[in-house]
Ligand binder design. Structure first.
Ligand code: SF4
Length: 355
C-alpha cells in the first residue's frame, strides 16, 4: 500500500527530485483547497502528477454514510483502508431557523477504532479496541468534514470513538498538522481532548506546549459509584485523577471540564451532586451534565427532567459552574459508536448504505 501523505506534518513534506516550492503548492491544494487527488493539481507538470500519484495516497478514507444535513448535526461514517469504520460528528452552533448559516462548526473526532476502556455507558467500548488511528486518519476526519461542510471547522472535540490519550504517539503529530498554519490552522484553544482519566498521560499533556483544553469523563464522584461506570477507575482512582487534574490546571493555567453523564439510579443521587460540586469548585472546573442517551443493548435510563434539574441546582449551590447539555442529534445516534454498530448490523443483514 502507498504511504498516506497526511501521516506526515505538512512542513515536513519532501518529494524527492522536486523543488521545494512544489511541496508548498501541494500543501495549498490539500489544506487550502481541499483537493485530495494529484491529477487535479493543475499547476503541477503532468509527469510529476503521475509520479506523485504512483507513490502517495492522499485520501485517508472514504465516506461510507452521512446522516443529517447542512446546518443540522451531521454524522459521518468513514471507511478506512482496511475496511474498519469510524465516525465523526459535525455540530453547528446557532443555525437560524430561517436558513441562516451556523455561526460556528464543531467536529467531534475519533482517535481509535473501538476502545479498550469499556466505559459501561458507551457503544464504542462494546467491541473492544481494534486499533489506533494513524495521524493522517485523525487529520483526515477534519479535512473531509471541512470539504463536506464547505466551510472552516472552528472547534474540535476528541470525544468520538476511542480514548485519545491512549493514542498519544499518533495524536501528537496529528495535532501538529491540525495546529500548523500550513495544515488546518485550528488554534489550540479551540481543541478539547476528552479523557476517561489516564493519569500518566494527563501529566504528560500538562507538559505539552500547546494550550489544549482538557475534559475529564468523571461520571461518578466517589470510587464506588465511578467504578460501576468506568472500569479505568480501578487503575486510577478518583483521588489520583483529581491530583493529576490539579497539576494540569497549575501547569497549563487552563480551566478543565468535568463531564458527568446522568444515569437514573446509578450516579444521580444528590449526595453525588454535592461531592461533585466540592471537587469541581476546588479546581475551578466547569461541570457539564449530560443526561444519558439510550444505547442499544444496555438497560440504563435517563433520569426524569425534574431530577436532572434538582441535580444541576445542587451542583450550582455547591459553588461550581454547571451546564446541562442535552445531546444534540439524539435522533441520529449521537452517542459515540452507535452509528458504526448500526451500520455494521445493517451491512451484515445485506442492507445497502445510504451513501
Ligand atoms: S467513553 Fe470513551 S474511553 Fe470510555 S469506552 Fe467509550 S470511547 Fe472508550
Amino acid at each position: 500500500m502507498k504511504p498516506l501523505l497526511l501521516d506526515t506534518p505538512p512542513d515536513e513534506w519532501n518529494f524527492e527530485g522536486t523543488q521545494a516550492f512544489r511541496a508548498r503548492q501541494i500543501r495549498e491544494w490539500v489544506y487550502e483547497h481541499g483537493v485530495l487527488d494529484f491529477p487535479e493539481m493543475t499547476n503541477l507538470p503532468a509527469n510529476l502528477r503521475q509520479d506523485l500519484e504512483d507513490q502517495w495516497q492522499i485520501r485517508p478514507m472514504e465516506i461510507a454514510r452521512v446522516q443529517g444535513s447542512e446546518d443540522t448535526t451531521r454524522k459521518f461514517l468513514f471507511r478506512l483502508h482496511d475496511g474498519q469504520l469510524i465516525e465523526s460528528v459535525l455540530i453547528p452552533a446557532n443555525p437560524g431557523s430561517d436558513g441562516t448559516r451556523a455561526t460556528r462548526m464543531t467536529l467531534c473526532v475519533s482517535s481509535q477504532v473501538g476502545c479498550a476502556l469499556g466505559c459501561k455507558f458507551c457503544a464504542s467500548g462494546l467491541d473492544g479496541l481494534k486499533r489506533n488511528l494513524s495521524p493522517g486518519e485523525i487529520v483526515g476526519q477534519v479535512l473531509l468534514a471541512r470539504i463536506e461542510a464547505g466551510r472552516r471547522i472552528d472547534n474540535l472535540v476528541f470525544m468520538g470513538m476511542g480514548e485519545p490519550l491512549a493514542n498519544l504517539p499518533n495524536l501528537l503529530p496529528a495535532l501538529d498538522t491540525i495546529l500548523s498554519p500550513d495544515g488546518l490552522g485550528i488554534g489550540a484553544r479551540h481543541i478539547t481532548l476528552s479523557t476517561s482519566g489516564l493519569v500518566p498521560r494527563i501529566l504528560e499533556l500538562a507538559r505539552h506546549p500547546a494550550q489544549l483544553r482538557l475534559a475529564i469523563s468523571l461520571h461518578g464522584s466517589d470510587d464506588r459509584t465511578r467504578e460501576r461506570i468506568m472500569p479505568i477507575n480501578d487503575r486510577y482512582p478518583i483521588a489520583e485523577l483529581l491530583k493529576a487534574c490539579e497539576t494540569f490546571v497549575k501547569e497549563r493555567r487552563k480551566i478543565i471540564t468535568f463531564e458527568y453523564i446522568l444515569i437514573r439510579g446509578i450516579n444521580d443521587d444528590l449526595g453525588q451532586a454535592s461531592l461533585l460540586a466540592r471537587q469541581a469548585s476546588k479546581l475551578r472546573a466547569k461541570v457539564n451534565l449530560i443526561p444519558y442517551n439510550q444505547v442499544d443493548g444496555l438497560d440504563w435510563e435517563r433520569p426524569p427532567l425534574k431530577h436532572i434539574e434538582a441535580f444541576r441546582k445542587r451542583v450550582e449551590k455547591g459553588g461550581a459552574k454547571v451546564t446541562v447539555r442535552m445531546e444534540k442529534g439524539h435522533d441520529i445516534d449521537a452517542a459515540c459508536g452507535q452509528l458504526r454498530l448500526r451500520h455494521a448490523k445493517e451491512v451484515s443483514a445485506n442492507q445497502i448504505p445510504i451513501k
